[in-house]
Design a protein around this ligand. Structure first.
Ligand SMILES: Nc1ncnc2c1ncn2[C@@H]1O[C@H](COP(=O)(O)OP(=O)(O)OP(=O)(O)O)[C@@H](O)[C@H]1O
Ligand SMILES: [Mg+2]
Length: 269
């Protein structure tokens, strides 16, 4: 990647679960300060594992960075505790929008507030409601009962409450209707622009990810296999063929096949 200062540098990391299952086999990724970078790849490629390696959540699943280094703001963090990493301004929005179902939307947001360094809880809530007006309307409702889109907004809002410098977003579009996906992505890009938050975005929706992030990495079975500007990746024949489903190269590909690819998130399979 070009010379822009990096807030995060992942340098050739290897990750193992339970000391024996080798999942990441030399992954290097850079996120420029104030930038958005996308990470694409098939089911089981190791995208979530990469995010957990950064946030320190790996340790809760008996996973470990066994080689290489993760540098955040010039400091090695790959052996630090998740709580320390969170305090230093990294927040991960985990896959599957896990809200605390029995708490209200606002109580869910307040859970993120204990990591705040400067502003009050009230200021944090006002900021979240500014970006997600729907959450203000739903603030007293039970989080487990609001719509999937509103739950996704709640977990992104909760992340925002921590006053993060770097947000690790794991598949925010998963299982949501197109209209909601666009609403959420519009807000995420606005947040990035106005609050100067750096973002590492994992997405199965490649088209969306390449539109939002100027630079992307493609991962396959624990390795980065492509890394380029999104503009170039969008022109890449393999990406167009296998991921964006835009061509019928290599024989007639039925709509159903394309759907199948998307559903399985199969990558260059
Ligand atoms: N806690 C764990 N213990 C052992 N193996 C794991 C664990 N978590 C993930 N794995 C394995 O590591 C590999 C990568 O998983 P990971 O969840 O990082 O993939 P992913 O790219 O996020 O996939 P998806 O698109 O399905 O979310 C998979 O083979 C998975 O089975
Ligand atoms: Mg995942």
């Amino acid at each position: 990647m070009e010379a822009a200062e990096a807030i995060l540098k992942i340098n050739n990391i290897e990750v193992k679960y339970h000391e024996v299952i080798l999942v990441l086999k030399g992954v290097s990724i850079e996120v420029p300060r104030g930038g958005i970078v996308a990470l694409l790849g098939a089911n089981g490629a190791g995208k979530s594992t990469t995010l957990k390696a950064i946030s320190g959540l790996l340790k809760t699943e008996d996973g470990e960075v066994t080689d290489g280094a993760i540098e955040y703001e010039g400091r090695h963090i790959h052996h630090e505790h998740a709580s320390n990493i969170a305090r230093s301004g990294i927040v991960q929005v985990i896959e599957g929008r896990r809200v605390f179902e029995h708490l209200t939307v606002e109580e869910n947001l307040k859970v993120g507030a204990h990591l705040r360094k400067t502003g009050s809880v009230r200021e944090g809530l006002d900021l979240v409601y500014h970006y997600f007006p729907r959450l203000r309307e739903k603030r007293n409702e039970t989080a487990g009962l609001v719509s999937g889109g509103e739950q996704q907004m709640t977990v992104v809002g909760r992340a925002l409450m921590t006053e993060p410098k770097l947000v690790l977003l794991d598949e925010p579009s998963m299982g949501l209707a197109p209209k909601l996906i666009h609403e959420i992505f519009r807000i995420i890009t606005q947040l990035h622009r106005e609050q100067h938050i750096s973002i590492l975005l994992v997405e199965q929706n490649a088209k969306l990810a390449l539109n939002v992030a100027p630079h992307a990495y493609v991962m396959e079975t624990g390795r980065i296999v492509m890394d380029d500007s999104s503009e170039k990746l969008m022109q890449n024949e393999d990406i167009k063929d296998f991921y964006l489903g835009l061509t019928d190269k290599g024989g007639k590909k039925s709509f159903r096949d394309v759907k199948h690819y998307k559903r399985r998130k199969r990558w260059l399979a």
